[in-house]
Design a protein around this ligand. Sequence first.
Ligand code: UDP
Ligand code: MG
Length: 439
Amino acid sequence: MKNFNEMGLPKHLLTRLANMGLETPTPIQAQAVPHAMEGRDVMGLAQTGTGKTFAFGLPLVSAMLEFDGRPNPKTVTGLVLAPTRELAKQISDALRELVEGTPLKVGLVVGGAGINGQINRLARGMDILVATPGRLLDLMDRRAIDLRETEFLVLDEADQMLDMGFIHDLRKIAALIPNERQTMCFSATMAKQMAEIAKTYLKDPVRVEVSPPGKAADKVTQVVHFIAKAEKANLLIELLGEHPDEAALVFGRTKHGSEKLKRQLEQAGFAAASIHGNKSQGQRDKALAAFKSGEIKVLVATDVAARGLDIPLVRHVYNYDLPNVPDNYVHRIGRTARAGADGAAVAFCAPDEMDEFRAIQKVMGIKIPVASGREWEKHEEVKPVRGGGGGQGRGRGRGGKPGGVQGKPRAGKLGQGKPAGGQRRRNRRRGGKSGSRAA
Ligand code: UDP
Ligand code: MG
């Protein structure tokens, strides 16, 4: 499969793709789209930044284009679920680009935005709805949305949707969607969850894997600095100072810590902003927009920005604090080196982060090259002590220059209700099993 026009996509989509300058499918698109076009359930695994959005977006929009008329009030024909508001927005924007010039409607419902407008828009029915699970459930509770005519379900970042914060919501939502549907799941990581996802949500899925799970995008260079917690801010300021005009995304672990770091960076003269759960959605949107436009160069974020966001100019990702879920390392550094660009990922590892560091190296199956310091030894692995004032670890013995002195001893599906009547029909059957997966 070399070209989009060999995939049986409707003419409209080929025109849209051509207008976007896209001619050749990415590997995940080349492998997943034909199966999805046949109506198969698909589980797609491919590195970050390799075009998974259109791997499900193209077959989804193709299917929608085959329906006659408008969806019934409050119904949604194709539902896409994503773990964060920002990602849901990005996906809906990408799908809107695809449906431009057609009568199809792509809706977005996420938390942090007024619910009444969302209720009004849903009242007319949606061809495609992109949603975060929490808000969707809210709307379901208010009877603003009816999933009994939903025929397509997509889980982006599927493994995270199965994690603690989401699994209960997802179960409730999936239970209200007819079993007779097409389901697609995509992520860059889901090795462990694959079997469970397949068993619970998919029917006889085609598994499409483009790279080994956990593999970083090809063009990310990775290094680690072993550094005491108290010195991280200075090292970050120093490293950011080496490329002040390039966009850098800095990941912290906590909301409070990320906010404090953002202030430190501002004091050091950087145009910085932050995104985390303590910010209002308005503030989050503004920060992301300013970062995308280049108005600010440094965005400090918690893992709320780890997955899926596509910000083409991010050249540097700093893991200021290591993620406590090792898979999130793959996702965080996948915010750079997108669509074939290159990027640099720099990790800071304090003594109490050695467990996380080892878990990351294990998941990645690589040894991350050391830029400064050396791996902390057992007796140095100071675990954080609650209220224990002051520094842990000792100084790094660095000479102020990055990559400098090394190795100096440092100091330190249930109810399947009846369709709400008047169900629309597809005017054209696609090949394969589509539309005929009767239970
Ligand atoms: N992109 C591309 N070719 C395509 C579709 C997308 O080069 O056929 C670009 C897209 O504009 C985006 C980047 O690739 O900038 C990553 O796409 P996506 O977010 O879908 O990647 P994912 O991380 O989901 O695999
Ligand atoms: Mg994605």
